[in-house]
Design a protein around this ligand. Structure first.
Ligand code: RI2
Length: 329
């Protein structure tokens, strides 16, 4: 039988590309969900063919967005089940489904745990600034609010995607007093801010944080004002390959997201650049809150080695270990 890309895999890949599904954690879970359904619906009897089909689907999903390391990490984490010794397609499917369910459950509980860890850093009367729309960062705010801590929030607009609108909706629904500001007003307000809390798309071995464009400017303003800068990131957002000195690719999207084509075509000498992420150096990060606890950025290597299971010298020889608080352990 020949490879037929099922609708769910191609649909999910398209939605991730177009950012209809977005957020580093969400795209990881969406990709794993699509792979599970793909596996469930395959009617192949030959194990080699089944593995090949799954591997093609995995490649297609990984290629959708280059920066969020959560996506390849999640896909590799579930795909490693298929590289073990298995003797039948039905066993492979069962083990694969189990790995996918485990990843999704683990990923969701990691966000809850990060919320608990992060909430401890928010105190009565504080002003917290957040940028973009990070589930993990927002969970810190929501958890603190549920614990009865009274604080207010500055939320940025997040041009050009306006993810700030999603954030203010969530904060509004929770009843957290929030002020919505344009991205360029961050430094103006920073003197009033006690703590910045943002999410991450990737964390490199040296503790540098890749997050939505503008994050590094916010970190710079926070550093200048001596404001604490916290990052909320699940361990599967740490990038093992940076151990080898590999850089995390920064996605650059179409200029029409910034300047509509109707205007751009009247300005033939103007070029638009639209990088979606930037890199905040570890010197500007006070703590990274993970589901394993809060760590200084300098401890990123430990997370990669102990929780993701990669070590220098190990590349190619070893695959990811299951996440430690795996829901099925
Ligand atoms: P969670 C998002 O990327 C933002 O940069 C956000 O800070 C980060 O993912 C982490 O989000 P995009 O998909 O995984 O909006 O914490 O480009 O939800």
């Amino acid at each position: 039988m020949y490879y037929v890309q099922p609708m769910l895999v191609t649909d999910t890949a398209e939605k991730i590309k177009k950012m209809e599904i977005r957020g580093a954690g969400r795209i990881a879970r969406a990709a794993v969900t699509a792979l599970k359904e793909h596996s469930d619906t395959l009617s192949l009897k030959d194990l080699a063919e089944y593995r090949k089909e799954m591997s093609n689907a995995a490649d297609l999903l990984i290629a959708t967005r280059p920066t969020a390391v959560s996506l390849p990490n999640a896909v590799h984490l579930v795909m490693r089940t298929l590289s073990r010794e298995i003797h039948s397609v039905s066993t492979a499917k069962e083990e694969f489904a189990r790995a996918c369910e485990s990843f999704i459950c683990t990923s969701e509980s990691a966000v809850q745990r990060i919320g608990e860890v992060g909430a401890r850093h928010i105190r009565d009367g504080e002003v917290v600034l957040t940028h973009c729309n990070s589930e993990a960062a927002l969970e810190c705010l929501l958890d603190a609010h549920r614990n009865g801590v009274n604080f207010t929030v500055y939320a940025t607009e997040v041009r050009p995607g306006n993810q700030g609108l999603l954030t203010i909706k969530i904060l509004n629904d929770a009843g957290i007093p929030t002020t919505y500001i344009v991205d360029s007003a961050v430094r103006y307000f920073m003197k009033e801010v006690d703590r910045v809390i943002v999410g991450a798309d990737a964390v490199s071995v040296n503790g540098a944080v890749v997050n939505k464009i503008g994050t590094s400017q916010i970190a710079l303003a926070a550093h200048e004002a001596r404001t604490s800068f916290l990052v909320a990131a699940e361990t599967y957002k740490f990038a093992p390959r940076t151990i080898l000195g590999e850089f995390i690719e920064i996605e650059e999207r179409d200029g029409s997201e910034v300047l509509p084509d109707t205007i751009a075509k009247t300005l033939p000498h103007i070029t638009v650049r639209n990088p979606v992420f930037d890199v905040t150096p570890p010197e500007y990060v006070d703590l990274i809150m993970t589901e394993e606890g809060a760590i200084p950025p300098q401890m990123a290597y430990i997370i990669i080695r102990d929780y993701l299971g990669w070590e220098i010298g190990d590349f190619g020889a070893r695959q990811f270990n299951p996440l430690t608080n795996n829901c099925f352990n």
